[in-house]
Design a protein around this ligand. Structure first.
Ligand code: XMP
Length: 513
């Protein structure tokens, strides 16, 4: 039998990935599937339990996503969360109504006696609510297991039918005892074995890659980022010299970054593979000359990258497979998400799939970022690389407002290196989710010694976020910011002003372009 798992059925909620992550934290395998999944899939023996996620819709609309009612006859334990709970109520004959005002945020939950899902939870516990519709009447045969001061139905269950539901979100951190509830569901109700160990992941993948690739040659586009580095390290362990890693330096990397990639993966590094570095910076600079529009810059960098990579590939002879560092959230987002294009993102690993390979190897495609990092450490990658903060594919190209020039790249690299060094010294590295220096296109008048200057203004950005979809500016102290600003204006030629970007996302974004 395949590995036992809890299946998270996605109805469009914001926290669907988080649910699967929380289950995996219990050492139980979990994956997210679209709500259109067939009942045959859900009926498989390895599916030990099913969770319906939240979602933005109202269940009583015909157009809202729903699952076939026969799901309740499969004999699998089911947990509905928020929209999922409302859908259970609706499908089984309860009543869902819309409230005049939404209930949003931390709420005190009053827990009733005797619930299996809420077993061991305090009688009063804080949970996170986010809903406008509410369950006015639970279906017949069900027991109400909690309520809040404004919401009559906090949770309900029918032990015999193995159906459980919570209006609140147990998966988010604000639900203080939420993990206990998920554990009750997965372990006590679904009887999962908590045997999903990631340490076996590496060995399993090595065997899988060897079986698939045989003596074939694999090409990997290395960016120096966490995902492509872990992919390369894993493949190197599996197939050694049959792996070729091409590292295209677009000249838009942070200070010394190309050197660090070479140290880890180059001939003197610890992995046995073919490392092919290629310095394409001049080509990228020439293509970017005179271009100021952000989307145009992104597109030029993305397409030039593919072009250079293809040229390099041609020189390498027959390559059978392309390895990519796709991770689980990438798959979920591209497979299920419907969202407006704010920026055309480009990943260094994100190459078109039709460039002449027999197949695609994506060994990390079932892992979340924290799991990828764990695997990276186990493979012996340096901690600095494994915990590297996110860095966008187009690199400094989108951290320089306006035209990209060598002078500006140099300024931003130096200022950024100082900022990062000071963050490290202050022990803030793991508190901040992302922090960097960018270059505003603004020049202004200053005075240095007895002379007038007319130089650039550097922008410092530091944010805290869990999901990078929203972010808040970090509250760095004035003392700390002054130290950084002083060092930058003193040490980086061409800068006479340092600004701190104090905006949240939304309305701004993390990167400046
Ligand atoms: P924004 O600027 O959209 O960024 O708030 C959110 C997160 O995504 C990163 N980012 C990118 N990552 N290719 C990437 O691989 C891109 O084109 C790209 N643009 C933004 C950004 O650094 C932040 O972590």
């Amino acid at each position: 039998m395949a590995e036992e798992k809890i299946v998270v059925v996605d109805f469009g909620g914001q926290y669907n990935q988080l649910i699967a992550r929380r289950i995996r934290q219990l050492n139980i395998y979990s994956e997210v599937v679209p709500y259109t999944i067939s009942l045959d899939e859900l009926a498989k023996e390895e599916v030990k339990g099913i969770i319906f996620t939240g979602g933005p819709n109202s269940v009583y609309l015909d157009s809202s996503p729903k699952i076939d009612k026969k799901v309740f006859t499969l004999g699998k334990p089911i947990l509905g969360i928020c929209y999922g709970a409302q859908m259970i109520a609706y499908l089984l004959g309860g009543e869902v109504k819309t409230a005049p005002t939404s209930e949003y945020g931390n709420t005190l939950l009053h827990v009733h006696d005797g619930s299996l899902l809420l077993k061991g939870v305090h009688k009063e516990t804080n949970v996170f609510m986010s809903h406008t519709d509410y369950i006015a009447r639970i279906p017949e045969g069900f027991v109400l297991t909690s309520h809040t001061d404004v919401c009559p139905t906090g949770s309900f269950e029918n032990v015999e039918r193995q159906v459980y539901a919570t209006q609140f979100h147990p998966e988010v951190e604000h639900s203080v005892e939420g993990q206990k509830m998920l554990e009750n569901f997965a372990v006590n109700i679904c009887h999962c074995h908590q045997t999903f160990v990631k340490s076996s992941f590496i060995q399993d993948q090595i065997e899988k890659i060897r079986a698939e690739v045989g003596d074939g040659k694999v090409l990997c586009a290395l960016s120096g980022g966490v995902d492509s580095s872990v992919t390369a390290a894993l493949l190197a362990k599996a197939i050694g010299k049959n792996l070729t890693c091409v590292f295209v330096d677009h000249g838009l990397l942070r200070k010394d970054e190309a050197k660090q990639v070479e140290e880890v993966f180059g001939p003197n590094g610890k992995f046995d593979l073919n490392f092919v570095p290629f310095d394409a910076s001049e080509l990228f600079y020439s293509r970017l000359k005179g271009v100021t529009e952000p989307e145009k810059k992104r597109k030029i960098i993305g397409s030039t990258f593919i072009e250079v990579f293809n040229e390099e590939k041609k020189k390498l002879g027959q390559m059978d497979y392309l390895a990519q560092g796709t991770i689980y959230p990438d798959r979920i987002e591209s497979g299920l998400g419907i969202s407006a294009t704010i920026k055309s993102h480009h990943n260094v690993g994100g190459l078109p799939k039709d460039i002449g390979f027999k197949g695609l190897i994506e060994p990390l495609s079932y892992l979340f970022k924290d799991e990828v990092r764990e695997v990276g450490l186990q493979l012996g990658l340096p901690k600095e690389l494994v915990y590297r903060q996110p860095f966008p594919g187009p690199g400094l190209g989108i951290r320089i407002i306006g035209e990209v020039t060598k002078e500006k790249i140099h300024i931003v690299q130096e200022a950024d290196a100082i900022f990062r060094e000071e963050v490290r010294k202050a022990g803030l590295e793991f508190k901040l989710s992302q922090y960097f220096a960018a270059l505003s296109n603004m020049r202004s008048v200053g005075v240095m010694g007895d002379f007038r200057t007319y130089d650039y203004a550097v922008v410092l950005r530091a944010v805290e976020t869990d999901d990078f979809m929203t972010a808040r500016p970090s509250c760095l102290t004035y003392e700390f910011l002054s130290t950084v600003a002083d060092r930058i204006v003193n040490e980086v030629k061409g800068v006479n002003r340092v600004l701190f970007d104090y905006t949240s996302k939304p309305p701004s974004t993390i990167e400046l372009e």
